[in-house]
Design a protein around this ligand. Structure first.
Ligand code: SAH
Length: 463
């Protein structure tokens, strides 16, 4: 991050701008939203600037800026759209030690003005360090569309009520109250006017003050195979509301960042007594936090009902009378099949697909190898990398065809996704070519032949 975003208090601070053309106008439109004392230096100003001066919204000086004009200024804008003039403003700003922005000149600027979505007092600032103005504009348009116009009004009324809300204990109770206001009661009351919103705040506070302590609760949330875009909306919401998040080692950073900033994040893939936390320790953590009344997200890769030790954790909760719910996620087999353009089932080819783990509590897992070895079988094998030689041996021993297609999809749906196309005979030898990371073995499936062509065609269309 080359630029650190801050919100500057500009009330009655002097902000100086040199320039009177289009670039100056664009910056002034933003600056006029603030309470700064604006001074514009422009021998030949645009009519809008003259009008703003007449309205007393800024002070216009029809001459070039001088060193003494910068004394005590908080910010300077070089907006003359002229290299020589801007260089002069730059020298003056450096001399006076005032932070400088040269319009459309990232290199010479000490600060930049972000794109802004204005729902005063809620302000969203978007910056791309000058890398992608188009992207900034797209994000701004998206936010403008999705942040209801009433957001600012709700925030302004809410701000005046903060003292009253302190009757609720700090922490979850108060947060629940505000959550209820901003996302339920407030937007519902807004169409009836500001007085209705104020009245609603009072009733809502009474309601929350008489509420019983919320009981601790655990949501077992599937985080999908890794791509944050494959997270369900419900998973996002749960993360956003959680007080505590317990996650495994492979949980991607982009997904963890969706949790509230105040949430306690516990990596149960690392802490404890070795490379992974013992199950009893995880169970104990869940119970302990739930008994403190926390809303917990137990984040599990893929779908929480598949090879995820869900039942052990549920048993621990039910033993202590703690409530829970399961939020399904997209399992690795679905992401791996998508990666190779195949269906997991197909009419006339296979009416069933097996989801297997290569490991169980005693080591390599045993399966009905004879049935699997029959022609046309398809299986998604989880945790299969280390057991690949064992699986291969068992299947060949039960007369599976050595040329049965096998595809290993590593890091499915992630940026480093990798597809290894092989056969049963060559599986264990070829595994060396897989990158690190979780890998799913699709037994009986090869990547769809047409896939490269489709991608090829798409690339041509783009270019
Ligand atoms: N509950 C998870 C599975 C957990 S077991 C799910 O539904 O997907 C862990 C195994 O899942 C890994 O060893 C690997 O076989 C598979 N896996 C998880 N994420 C994966 C990914 N992104 N790509 C490939 N395989 C993955």
């Amino acid at each position: 991050m080359r630029h650190f975003p801050i919100f500057l208090a500009l009330s009655n601070r002097v902000v100086v701008l040199s320039g009177g053309g289009d670039a100056a106008l664009a910056k002034l439109r933003l600056l006029l939203k603030t309470e700064a004392a604006l001074h514009v230096y422009a021998p030949d100003p645009a009519p809008e600037i003259i009008a703003w001066d007449a309205e007393g919204r800024l002070s216009l000086h029809r001459r070039p800026m001088e060193a003494c004009d910068l004394i005590g200024a908080a910010l300077v804008y070089a907006a003359d759209e002229d290299d020589v003039q801007d260089a002069r403003t730059q020298r003056l700003a450096h001399g006076a030690g005032v932070l400088l922005n040269v319009v459309d000149n990232l290199e010479d600027s000490q600060f930049i003005t972000p794109a802004i979505v204005d729902r005063d007092p809620v302000t969203v600032a978007i910056g791309t360090e000058g890398a992608a103005p188009v992207l900034a504009r797209a994000i701004k348009a998206h936010l403008e569309e999705h942040l209801p116009a009433g957001t600012g009004t709700l925030a302004r009324i809410g701000q005046g009520f903060r003292k009253m809300a302190e009757k609720l204990p700090f922490g979850r109770a108060r947060r629940d109250f505000w959550q209820d206001y901003y996302f339920n009661a407030g937007p519902r009351a807004l169409p009836q006017g500001e007085a209705a919103v104020r009245e609603t705040l009072g009733t809502l506070l009474d309601d929350h003050l008489t509420r019983k302590e919320r009981a601790g609760f655990v949501a077992f949330v599937g985080s999908g195979p890794g791509d944050p875009d494959l997270l369900t909306l419900k998973a996002r919401r749960k993360l956003d509301e959680a007080d505590v998040v317990l996650y495994d080692r492979l949980a991607p950073k982009a997904i963890l960042e969706l949790a509230r900033r105040e949430a306690i994040m516990i990596d149960v893939g690392k802490i404890g007594f070795g490379p992974s936390t013992p199950q009893e320790h995880i169970n104990a953590l869940l119970v302990e936090h739930a008994q403190n009344g926390s809303q917990i997200v137990r984040l599990k890769g893929g779908d929480p009902t598949l090879f995820a030790r869900l039942d052990e954790e549920i048993d621990a909760l039910t033993d202590h009378g703690i409530g829970y719910e399961i939020v399904p996620g997209l399992t690795a087999a679905s992401a791996a099949a998508a990666a190779i353009g195949q269906s997991l089932t197909k009419r006339g080819r296979n009416q069933q697909v097996r989801l297997l783990t290569a490991h169980d509590t005693d080591g390599f897992a045993d399966h009905d190898w004879r049935t699997l070895a029959a022609p046309g079988q398809i299986a998604a094998i989880y945790m299969g990398k280390r057991a690949a030689r064992f699986i291969q041996g068992r299947l060949l021993m039960h007369s599976a065809a050595p040329d049965t297609p096998v595809t290993v999809v590593s890091n499915a749906s992630r940026a480093d996704q990798h597809v290894l196309e092989t056969s049963l005979a060559t599986l264990s030898a070829d595994l060396d070519r897989c990158p690190d990371g979780p890998a799913l073995i699709l037994y009986g499936l090869a990547p769809r032949d047409a896939l490269p062509t489709v991608q090829h065609l798409r690339k041509q269309e783009v270019s």
